[in-house]
Design a protein around this ligand. Structure first.
Ligand code: PLP
Length: 487
């Protein structure tokens, strides 16, 4: 008999697969299931529980996605070592196996800034635009938003037309805190939230706040280009940290003297990997030992298909080292220009003491509308609906890529978010791929612009967003792309 004896509460609103996943995850976290221990087969556990195999398989998929378990072909599923290779406090830097930092790329802060390249372009230029910044508005409750925004202009709501609280609408912050706890596992009080006017504004504020503590800053080797601009303008050296399939290479991070690191652990941008639980624990241990901060950008964590969203890194942090950054640009729509920082208490005190050069930049009108949209439960309903919409779009894209491009293109980063990458197996350059597509009136986008140093760019890889393109155009668009790239 296996030591796993989960009890399932059929009266609970929590789905069976989620109860199972939480049960096993908690036992791994508590050390009751040891690294290397084999989990019962799906069939065995299902029969022990008297259930179908589906919830067990779903629970196992989630555990693997988050790195709590590893699957070994033809052997089964094993508990991962989630505390593996935790650094000794005071471990000398540079003891990992990667080359010494001096031989790796470092950046000055005066590089030319790339143009913002991913925004869906002018439709007139193309028949199929796989631009990244756009979202699907087919399900958007236009009428409801018209009413919520319109109500701000009623005479009795005159306050909404004045300057707002510097940290953001107090009621909206309450809604965000409740949502983040429930949906993303983020633990914070509304007082720790600072509402901003988009990710870059929030990050800019944050970098101003951190600046006095920074001698250098580390970041994933490839980051969104707006983030890249801000990091390069921060006035301190930026250390790119290379990525492995389970997140950043911790040994490279340990070899830096950075006081902060920028990461996208739920869904790396642009490569799409998820940081495993083992790496998350190592990152947290690094931050604690170095008194450093982790900047967690969770820009599209809501959208994961075929499993539940990956919980935030912030929720695992008990030492106040994670600064969580989120946006409504993907979950709702980008012109809303609403984002938020969740500050650890230590930084909150600094934030309040800081000299602020401008007032609240996020419009109180949209903050008020969003507060009501969230309070009524409409936001979570909308997210649930959009998860299905985007999941179907991604399926349509994957099917078309498989059928039209087959072995010629490797898909990178599927399973979540609103984009994926295609790497050409015929060895063509990114420029050739973008140009060939464009000549057939299909827009696909470069990925090299995201690399923090040119030598870190992935060769022959382009980005395709599917947020904005209607689902019925995905297949024909990929078909045209395959023709343009030569079948
Ligand atoms: C990594 C990442 N963060 C954030 C955003 C969104 O930024 P904003 O909140 O400014 O719209 C994007 C872009 O679309 C992104 O790729």
């Amino acid at each position: 008999m296996h030591s796993l004896m989960p009890t399932i509460d059929d009266a609970s609103d929590v789905p069976v697969y989620m109860q199972l996943y939480v049960y096993i995850k908690d036992r791994i976290g508590a050390g009751q299931l040891k690294p290397g221990e084999k989990l019962p087969s799906v069939r065995l556990l299902a029969s022990l529980l008297g259930r179908s195999r589906t919830p067990v398989a779903l629970a196992y998929d989630q555990l693997v996605a988050e790195g709590y378990a590893v699957s070994r072909p033809r052997s089964g599923l094993f508990v991962a070592d989630i505390t593996a290779h935790l650094p000794e406090v005071g471990q000398p830097a540079g003891t990992g196996q990667t080359p010494p930092l001096s031989s790796r790329p470092q950046l000055a802060d005066n590089r030319a800034l790339p143009p913002r390249a991913y925004h869906a372009a002018d439709a007139a230029e193309a028949d199929y635009d796989f631009g990244y910044g756009a979202v699907d508005l087919s399900q958007f409750p236009h009428g409801r938003w018209r009413k919520l925004v319109g109500d701000c202009f009623l005479p009795e709501n005159g306050r909404t037309l004045l300057y707002g609280d510097y940290q953001g609408d107090a009621g909206l912050r309450e809604e965000i805190a409740a949502y983040l706890l429930h949906a993303r596992g983020v633990r914070c009080s509304p007082a720790q939230i600072v509402v901003g006017a988009g990710t870059y504004h929030s990050l800019d504020l944050l970098l101003q706040l951190l600046r006095p503590r920074l001698g250098e800053i580390a970041a994933e080797e490839a980051v969104n280009d707006g983030v890249k601009s801000l990091l390069l303008q921060a006035g301190v050296p930026v250390k790119p940290i290379r990525l492995a399939p389970d997140g950043i290479r911790i040994e490279e991070l340990r070899a830096t003297s950075a006081q902060a690191v920028y990461v996208t652990p739920s869904h790396q941008f642009p490569y799409g990997m998820t940081t495993s639980i083992a790496k998350r624990m190592q990152l947290l241990a690094w931050a604690k030992a170095q008194d450093a901060y982790i900047i967690e950008n969770d820009y599209d964590g809501e959208f994961r298909y075929g499993g539940k969203p990956i919980p935030s890194l912030q929720g695992l942090d008990s030492a106040g080292r994670v600064i969580y950054l989120g946006t409504f640009s993907k979950a709702l729509f980008p012109s809303l220009r609403l984002s938020y920082l969740v500050l650890p208490l230590e930084l909150l005190a600094d934030f309040r003491a800081m000299d602020h050069s401008y007032d609240q930049l996020a419009s109180p009108i949209f903050q008020s509308a969003l507060r009501q949209f969230m309070r009524a439960g409409d936001f979570e309903r909308y997210i649930r609906r959009m998860r299905i919409v985007y999941g179907r779009k991604q399926d349509a894209m994957l099917t078309a890529v498989r059928e039209e491009l087959g072995e010629r293109a490797e898909v990178i980063g599927q399973g979540s978010g609103l984009h994926l990458l295609l790497r050409d197996r015929d060895g063509r350059s990114e420029e050739q791929l973008v140009a060939a597509a464009k000549s057939a009136r299909v827009l696909v986008y470069p990925t090299s612009i995201y690399a923090l140093a040119p030598e870190l760019a992935a060769p022959g890889t382009v980005l395709l967003g599917y947020g904005g393109i209607p689902i019925e155009r995905v297949g024909p668009g990929i078909c045209r792309l395959a023709e343009a790239w030569g079948r």
